[in-house]
Design a protein. Structure first.
Length: 288
């Protein structure tokens, strides 16, 4: 067994369920902010961006690498944006969950699950959509992954990337940590938050993150350049550095301060303008 296979096996172990309302995504205001940065058309977010690109004719066959439990892919099917999906995942546990959820949603006949590394397959010119939903940053070679994606598309097909592009191994930069700590100190009494819980990266924490999950953001900082290299276009930087680090602490804080989320969003936008961003979105059509 080679090193890549060993790392995939370690990365594909069972995932612990997350506690509710502990992430920035659990806050509707933060989630809506990022969705509108992706697209303000139609229903906003990824769905709106794809619908704007394809009109009323759904894409026939899509592929998703690192599809997890298939939530986003089922959403694209039920929204009438994609007819069928090939889903590739290295976690048997997540495939089982995806299959059960697809059965419950009545779309199991439109999803084909594969327990394997998609990037080892030669699928040139096969798909109308290559869809990366917060999975590209888990790839050990993002340049190879994007080159594979471009080859996998039929002429006229869409490459869609909605992903994390922040610091590798989730080792936060000192400047973004400082911004978030300062914000939390101002509102420390609202949520009884300890600002020091937001920590910048270190060699020790990098090693801990690698041992916890070898696939967590090994080359996330190379995605923007690789996307431009293979598509000839720039990926859209969304922001998210501040809400990623601090947003989860504010769930429920609106009861005491209705404007607290707006203030964090404003800080997030300022950080983005200073070059501090964690998320990006790209939609590219392969030439006919």
């Amino acid at each position: 067994m080679n090193l890549r296979a060993i790392l995939h096996r370690m990365s594909g172990r069972k995932f612990k369920p997350l506690r509710p309302r502990t992430r920035w995504q659990d806050n509707e205001q933060f989630f809506s902010y990022i969705c509108k940065e992706i697209s303000s058309d139609h229903e906003t977010g990824v769905h709106g961006a794809i619908r704007f690109a394809i009109g009323n004719k759904p894409l026939q066959l899509g592929v998703s690498v690192g599809s997890g439990t298939g939530n986003k892919e089922r959403g694209l099917i039920t929204a009438g944006l994609v007819e069928n999906f090939d889903l590739f995942e290295v976690s048997q546990d997540r495939i089982a969950q995806s299959q059960a959820l697809a059965e419950k949603a009545g779309v199991s006949d439109r999803l084909t699950h594969h327990l394997e590394d998609a990037l080892q397959r030669d699928v040139a010119g096969t798909y109308d959509l290559v869809y990366w939903e917060h999975a590209l940053h888990h790839m050990f070679n993002v340049d190879h992954a994007l080159a594979w994606s471009v080859r996998a598309l039929k002429p006229g097909g869409l490459l869609v990337v909605n992903d994390y592009v922040g610091p590798t191994r989730l080792q936060w930069r000192r400047k973004e940590v400082s911004l978030v700590r300062q914000f939390l100190r101002q509102d420390e009494g609202i949520r009884d938050v300890i600002p020091r819980r937001v920590r910048h990266g270190s060699a020790f924490r990098r090693l801990k993150q690698f041992l916890r999950d070898p696939s967590e953001a090994p080359q996330s900082d190379r995605i923007e350049a690789a996307y431009e290299r293979h598509t000839g276009t720039k990926i859209k930087v969304l922001g998210g550095a501040v809400i990623h680090l601090g947003g989860g602490f504010l769930n429920g804080a609106e009861d005491k301060d209705p404007e607290i989320h707006n203030r964090m969003i404003a800080l997030d936008q300022m950080a983005r303008d200073q070059g501090l961003s964690h998320f990006a979105f790209g939609l590219w059509r392969k030439p006919e």
